[in-house]
Design a protein around this ligand. Structure first.
Ligand SMILES: Nc1ncnc2c1ncn2[C@@H]1O[C@H](COP(=O)(O)OP(=O)(O)OP(=O)(O)O)[C@@H](O)[C@H]1O
Ligand SMILES: [Mg+2]
Length: 631
């Protein structure tokens, strides 16, 4: 073995840089965070060749005192914390005191700065293996400019991992997007190869904020978003969540900030997914920009060098709060929330009609839906693999169940449609003339091909997919009825014996009461054996073993399980789908109107159980455009 020696400061910094400085975008992140921590109201970012050649970040923040300049570039030197207590309640983005030291060990870095109290600015660079600071006078207004040239020039291994200029710049842009979403009060400009790519003024008002989100995340997003703002015991969640009909094929429009810091977190992701579960087709992803504010002392941000992860002191509380808030917000969306904006658009003059939709924007659903709707492959997916009636024969399974009466009564209560008439000629009548109080979805005027209901409203023409709409109404009714009944438990004729790990067995034992509440009676009959004695009556046909294993896995991972509810809802969803009005059934006008009224009164009625939209609006102005008709 060779002798033990101290690493040179540069090498030590280069090793540290390995964790934090992965690519140009990581440098941009650190520099912009420093600018924001310094209270900047303007941050200008300039990048050349995707950031490999040059990254320059200039701010109008507090600046650094000349005497402190050499320290700014040395490791373990920070102005942001001093004690462990400070760390535990840290409110700044930085606190490790090593970003600049790391970056300057793998690039040619120069920092120029001036404080209010100083008359002239100074510039600092480091040189040699000991990274000695070299100071020189400079000209600079109050604030700081950091210039990073030739990233990884001295670490060829790292340089090899760099992608094309375009890819690297995309990462830089994404980084700026996050920063700009995290701090509305600061202005940002981003230049690439001398071209302005993004320019954002500080956003003070709500309108300005939404404009910023529109330019960062797309106008479509904000047009289809619901505003959230909820508070509970030391927690606040606010921001924008897209309606389920504006879902995405990838999880690429999901921004979650905790105390201004963008994070990726399993617990948060799970809570959000759970909130959308009921309204989103399986492989679609919700879009959101959300801000969670918590007492700094209740969240640990010192978990990972890049600070992309956090640990909540009370994870369960945070999970529940996020889930409940989003779930409620999505359930509360009603047809008139979308329509008011559209009405305002079509009838710009009517003041009483100009009521903002949830996100304060006029949003004609018709205009924003194309290509958002998920594909529906092979009819209605049963999903989950719990074997509760395959899509091809769910009715049989259901008939076999003694819950049939319950189901039928619900279905009959639904929007009519009891005539098994397969005719599909259009039916048309004149709707009631302009009444004062027009319902949001208007009045039915005809049925098209036995599939769509056409309704006239002040905003224009409303087209309803009657099967999809009825399916949601039936489903929501069933859920309500079920919630009132509780999950009735039913003994298994032959208890199911399950081989599990010791950990799972112990878990089932300690959570016995909770499981019982879910309708599951599970007993530990050996160190690694469980006996399932009772399951919810409704899930009789389900794959019990899979269900119990999944519930236990949830308990291990999240300390709770919504599995039983999820499977129950999935089953209800399948039943609702097959029990709802099928295509090619002729409805009378009163039946159609009653379906429209039911929709208006039903939670989540904008989407069917598979997340597809149930209705759309073609505004009068859209129709006018089709006919080149000026108004
Ligand atoms: N743009 C800036 N304006 C004012 N001060 C700055 C700026 N950038 C850096 N500093 C000063 O230099 C110090 C070192 O910055 P550096 O980014 O290396 O560490 P940090 O921000 O304290 O912690 P972290 O490593 O977590 O980012 C900061 O604590 C701050 O005092
Ligand atoms: Mg920093």
């Amino acid at each position: 073995m060779p002798h033990i020696q101290l690493l040179s400061p540069r090498l030590a910094n280069q090793i540290a840089a390995g964790e934090v400085v992965e690519r140009p975008a990581s440098v941009v992140k650190e520099l912009v965070e420093n600018a924001l921590d310094a209270g900047a109201s303007r941050v200008d970012i300039e990048v050349e060749q995707g950031g490999v050649k040059l990254i320059r970040v200039r701010d109008d923040g507090s600046g650094i005192d000349e005497a402190d300049l050499p320290l700014a570039l040395s490791r373990h030197a920070t102005s942001k914390i001093l004690t462990l207590d400070d760390l535990e309640a840290v409110g700044t983005l930085g606190f490790r005191g090593e970003a600049l030291a790391s970056i300057s060990s793998v690039s040619r870095l120069a920092l120029t700065s001036r404080t209010e109290a100083q008359e002239a600015a100074a510039r600092v660079e480091v040189e040699g293996r000991d990274m000695d600071a070299r100071l020189s006078p400079a000209a600079h207004p109050v604030g700081t400019t950091v210039e990073v040239r030739d990233l990884f020039f001295n670490t060829p291994a790292r340089r090899k991992f760099l992608r094309t200029e375009k890819t690297e710049f995309n990462h830089v842009e994404e980084c700026i997007r996050r920063q700009a979403l995290s701090r509305f009060d600061a202005g940002f400009t981003l230049r690439h190869n001398q071209r302005v790519v993004q320019s954002l003024r500080p956003a003070e008002s709500e309108v300005d904020k939404e404009r910023r989100i529109g330019s960062l995340c797309g106008q479509q997003f904000i047009d289809n978003a619901v505003i959230i703002d909820a508070e509970a015991t030391g927690l606040r969640l606010w921001g924008w969540v897209a309606l389920p009909t504006f879902s995405r094929s990838q999880a690429d429009l999901q921004y979650f900030f905790v105390n201004g810091r963008v994070i990726r977190d399993k617990l948060v992701a799970h809570a959000v997914r759970q909130a959308y579960r009921d309204v989103l087709y399986n492989n679609r992803h919700p879009a959101f920009v959300l801000y969670l504010e918590v007492e700094p002392a209740t969240v640990d941000v010192n978990v990972h060098p890049t600070k992309h992860e956090v640990r909540f002191r009370d994870g369960r509380l945070v999970h529940d709060f996020i889930f409940r808030t989003l779930h409620r917000a999505l359930a509360d969306v009603r047809p008139d929330d979308h329509l008011r904006g559209a009405v305002a658009q079509s009838f710009g003059r009517e003041p009483e009609a100009v009521v903002a939709n949830p996100a304060g924007h006029p949003a004609g659903m018709g205009a924003s839906l194309p290509d958002q709707a998920p594909p529906v492959a092979g009819g209605y997916a049963n999903g989950g693999g719990f074997g509760v009636g395959s899509a091809s024969q769910p009715q049989q399974e259901w008939k076999a169940s003694d819950q049939m009466a319950f189901y039928q009564s619900l279905n009959e209560g639904g929007g009519g449609a009891s005539r098994p008439d397969h005719a599909s000629q259009p039916v048309a009548v004149t709707p009631p003339r302009d009444t004062d109080e027009e319902p949001p979805l208007g009045y039915a005027i005809a049925q098209l091909h036995g599939i769509y209901i056409l309704a006239q409203s002040r905003a224009g023409l409303i087209v309803v997919d009657m099967h999809a709409a009825h399916e949601r109404i039936t489903y929501e009714r069933m859920k309500h009825a079920l919630a009132e009944q509780d999950l009735k438990s039913q003994p298994l004729l032959v208890p199911l014996s399950l081989a599990v790990s010791q950990k799972e067995a112990a878990l089932a034992e300690t959570h016995g009461e909770e499981l019982q509440h879910l309708g599951l009676q599970i007993e530990r009959i050996g160190p690694e054996t469980l006996a399932v004695r009772q399951i919810p009556a409704l899930l009789r046909g389900a794959d019990t073993e899979q269900l119990v294993r999944d519930v236990l896995a949830d308990l291990i991972e999240h300390g709770q399980s919504d599995r039983v509810e999820a499977v129950t809802h999935e089953l209800l969803g399948t039943m609702a789908c097959h029990g709802s009005v099928r295509a090619n059934r002729q409805l009378t006008i009163p039946e159609m109107n009653s379906l429209l009224r039911d929709m208006e009164a039903t939670e989540r009625s904008g989407q069917c159980n598979h997340g597809r939209p149930t209705w759309t609006l073609v505004t009068l102005s859209e129709l006018d455009k089709l006919f080149l008709r000026g108004r």
